[in-house]
Ligand binder design. Structure first.
Ligand code: CP
Length: 322
């Protein structure tokens, strides 16, 4: 990616309004990082020096560990805030916490929080790059990027013009769905959002404001879309956000990707899931572990994407300061 986009924003808060050429450049930089995710020989690339702080106010396995690994692969130190034992438990605000950690001399912040817009709030109050690792129901931009990179590599194509991607499940609560809708429609795919009406309201059709070449459709019948999709992304039911409200007892029967449903997908159509997986609820274990599944490829691509984002933002930020 040219330095101009990094310099303009200085943070990664979401994928909404990220132009196609910037998205493609970032995906290309991420793909170039893949050989460094599982290196077979000493890494010849110049290491970065500096410290990144990870501030996770919600639980995480993939995002937290892959940001940590990505930073270490780049040569950075990682300072991890233990949210449960931090002074936020005494009432210190997110912004005060971030500003105090910035004052210790760290070079960037990776933040996950339950408040939609929380990462943007912090970005407005500090002078170092902020990377949104998931803010409430708003966005999870590195997840959207890693899903796009996974599809690019699987399909062997850079853009998704003319494709149809189904995203199934708890869309209303999902920051993953939002970032994916922005990335996929910008790259040309039509996206079909499918689930019960309480979790997939019609209002979601206006999510992108029609800016990307791809369009958004809303549906409530998974069986109807199966023969027509080029990729299918299953989402976790986020019981912790709504306590199961809007989820009927027959959820799995109507919206679960069972083996029988997976067999109705066209040959070669891949299945994605951002994790963590509720096996037997939104997807059968045999499908999650089966030949269509890209779930572990997504995780590998996540390290590469996070390396590219950390490197781009930190290098740009340091240039800016000189
Ligand atoms: N996909 C994802 O964000 O997973 P974690 O919550 O484990 O980070």
């Amino acid at each position: 990616m040219s330095s101009s986009h990094w310099n303009q924003s200085g943070h990664l808060l979401g994928l909404e309004n990220l132009p196609r050429e910037h998205l493609l450049a970032l995906l290309s930089e991420s793909a170039a990082m893949l050989p460094r995710v599982t290196p077979t020989q000493a890494d010849p690339s110049a290491p970065l020096d500096g410290v990144v702080a990870t501030l996770f106010f919600e639980n995480s396995t993939r995002t937290r560990m892959s940001f940590t690994l990505a930073a270490r692969r780049l040569g950075l130190d990682v300072l991890d805030l233990n949210a449960a034992t931090s002074s936020t438990s005494k009432g210190e605000s997110l912004l005060d916490t971030a500003r105090n950690i910035e004052a210790m001399g760290v070079d960037g912040l990776v933040i996950r929080c339950s408040a939609s817009g929380g990462a943007a709030l912090i970005a407005g109050g500090v002078d170092i790059p902020v990377i949104n690792a998931g803010d409430g129901r708003h966005e999870h931009p590195t997840q959207g990027l890693l899903d796009a990179l996974t599809l690019q590599r699987h399909l062997g194509r850079e853009t998704f013009d003319g494709m149809r991607v189904g995203i199934v499940g708890d869309i209303a609560s999902s920051r993953v769905a939002r970032s994916n809708v922005h990335a996929l429609t910008t790259l040309g795919a039509d996206v079909v959002l499918v689930g019960p009406p309480a979790l997939v309201p019609e209002a979601l059709t206006s999510l992108t404001g029609g800016r990307g070449p791809g369009r958004i459709h809303v549906g409530h019948d998974l069986d109807a879309i199966l023969p027509d999709v080029d990729a299918l992304m299953m989402l976790r039911v986020q019981f912790e956000r709504h306590g199961g409200s809007g989820i009927d007892e027959d959820y799995t029967q109507r919206f679960g990707l069972t083996c029988a449903r997976a067999a109705r997908l066209a040959d070669g159509v891949p299945v994605l899931h951002p994790g963590p997986v509720n096996r037997g609820t939104e997807i059968d274990p045999e499908v999650a572990d089966g030949p269509r599944s890209l779930i572990l490829d997504q995780v590998t691509c996540g390290v590469a994407v996070r390396m590219a984002v950390l490197q781009g933002l930190l290098r740009s930020s340091r240039r800016h300061r000189r």
